[in-house]
Design a protein around this ligand. Structure first.
Ligand code: ADP
Ligand code: ZN
Length: 519
């Protein structure tokens, strides 16, 4: 550690995991992003005879890691499909000659019998399986190629294996252990808390304006210089739209997505790493393997598909341990859209259920009236106390009794469905309750419904909040491609008055952080 990396001391479970693997044992390492997972397999690979074989799912990631290692004087190389035949031949020769400390390989290569025979021609010091959560079918990032990695145990029974990940619920942890045949491994589980990250989640009102306000409030250091940040959006088109909007308003914002030419992406990545205060507006294609410690904020303008994804993306903020902010804006439309994507997804029923439960957990985080961090850590099986550094801790949300408005909405849906066999999306239901005389209203005769105009006491935005929170609480659900809304079994108790419903009062703007000074 000292001579190769120049560090003074190990962190957390590093030393224990290194000893275990260097001594020939297996290990499962769960450590948050920035925790220092790489050392856990790199040092044992240097200590043991032969080459440490590292399975890594991303070619870009491999390239950067190998570059950094070579700069430190470690004999590292990688094999992937992007290489020229002669480059590959050079690496293969070096491996067989025992001249490599570390060899990075993509998972699909390692499951190839020819590649396995090739590896048997040399000496494997250990197998490191990075991003090990990719083996978990229950997880958010499953990759079928990872399943074959379980066979390494049988083929190389004497070679230690270490699986590492920065995102694992208890279920994923169990799957990693089973599927990678790590029954005899030692487990090193770190806290997933990132105390320097302040979590904030706001309902969407006018998201562009909210984003601009957020970036302006977060985007300067103590000397008034702009700070680097990442904004995540769902579609390629919207990354360009938001970047253009921020740029118009004086922010140094650039879009990044997989549809841009490689040289443009490379330039954006270089600018982000080297210059001060560049804001990248990106799809989730951006960020994996980018080791930039001083990212001061991560913003999401669309709802992430899972808590795991959200945690991974927000984890790119504040890796240097200094204050950083994770801000998310989400609205009813996000819920409807994601639900539709799940319904239309090509997977089987089990797959759709999995996606739905990921979405449910994400919504529960968004709508909680308790500490965000407690909810987030609880999702990863970790107990904690209220953190004092999230929006709900800093400004406890008011809640209101939404039982009566919920009953009005639910009974409108029941009447339409039972009496007329009709089902509608949120927009029209809100129009009925608000008593709006639209063309559709007269066409269907909905202005004669008993609940027509019965909800004029709430605004459109408040009603949309009611629908959104009822969806999040599992009292309503959307079905089909038009975002049609129906009741779940939970609704009966609300209608009968046996169950009350309580909602967060929507703040229409992001909470301010306590002071904006950053050191
Ligand atoms: P992870 O893979 O868990 O996200 P890395 O292995 O990339 O984390 O390490 C994160 C950062 O911390 C890197 O810049 C790395 O050089 C640094 N680091 C790791 N271990 C130590 C240590 N013991 N002392 C100081 N810095 C460390
Ligand atoms: Zn909190």
């Amino acid at each position: 550690m000292h001579s190769v990396y120049g560090y003074d001391a190990f962190r957390g479970h590093q030393a224990a995991a290194i000893e275990q693997v260097a001594g020939g044992g297996d290990a499962v390492v769960l450590m948050p992003t920035g925790g220092g997972k790489s050392l856990c397999y790199q040092i044992p690979a240097l200590l043991r005879e032969g080459t440490g074989v590292v399975v890594s799912p991303l070619i870009a990631l491999m390239h950067d890691q190998v570059d950094a290692l070579v700069r430190n004087g470690v004999r590292a190389a990688y094999l992937n499909s992007g290489q020229q035949p002669h480059e590959r031949a050079d690496v293969e020769r070096a491996y067989l000659a025992g001249e490599l400390d570390l060899l990075y390989i993509a998972p699909e290569r390692l499951s190839n019998p020819a590649v396995q025979r090739f590896l048997e021609g040399g000496t494997v010091a250990l197998f490191a399986i990075d991003e090990a959560h990719c083996v978990a079918q229950w997880g958010h990032d499953f990759r079928p190629d990872y399943l074959a990695l379980g066979d390494l145990a049988e083929r190389w029974p004497d070679v230690p294996r270490i699986a590492l990940t920065a995102t694992a619920t208890e279920a994923t942890h169990r799957e990693i252990t089973e599927r990678l045949h790590l029954g005899g491994a030692e487990h090193y589980v770190s806290s997933f808390d990132r105390p320097n990250i302040q979590y904030r989640i706001s309902p969407k009102a006018e998201v562009r304006r909210q984003l601009l306000e957020f970036v302006r409030s977060e985007g300067r250091d103590a000397e008034g210089n702009p700070v680097p940040g990442i904004v995540y959006a769902l579609s390629r088109a919207s990354t360009e739209k938001y970047a253009a909007y921020l740029a118009e308003h004086g922010i140094d914002a650039v879009p990044y997505h997989a549809g841009l030419p490689p040289e443009v992406r490379r330039r954006t990545q270089d600018r982000f790493l080297r210059e001060e205060g560049v804001v990248v507006v990106a799809t989730i294609a951006f960020g994996m393997g980018i080791d930039k410690p001083d990212v001061r904020f991560v913003a999401h303008v669309d709802l992430p598909k899972s808590v795991e994804g959200y945690y991974q993306e927000t984890g790119r903020a504040g890796r240097d341990g200094l204050p950083a902010t994770a801000w998310l804006a989400y609205g009813l439309q996000d819920v409807v859209q994601q639900r539709r994507m799940i319904d239309e997804s090509p997977g089987d029923l089990a797959h759709r259920r999995r996606m739905q439960s990921h979405l449910d957990a994400m919504l529960a985080l968004c709508e909680t009236v308790d500490c965000r961090r407690q909810n987030l850590l609880g999702y990863f099986g970790e107990r904690s106390t209220p953190c004092g550094n999230c929006d709900t801790c800093l400004v406890p949300p008011a809640s209101w009794d939404g039982t009566v408005p919920s009953q009005k909405l639910l009974s409108t849906i029941v009447r339409l469905q039972r009496e007329r066999g009709q089902r509608f999306g949120a927009g029209h239901l809100v129009d009925i309750l608000r008593g709006k005389q639209t063309a559709r209203m007269t066409q269907y005769g909905h202005d004669r419904l008993a609940t027509f105009g019965l909800g004029a006491d709430l605004s459109d935005a408040q009603w949309r909040g009611v629908v959104r929170q009822l969806l999040a609480q599992g009292i309503l659900q959307t079905v089909g491609e038009y975002g049609v809304i129906t009741l779940t079994d939970e609704a009966a108790a609300v209608l009968s008055g046996d169950r009350t419903v309580s909602f967060r009062v929507d703040a229409d703007r992001p909470a301010r952080s306590r002071g904006s000074s950053r050191s």
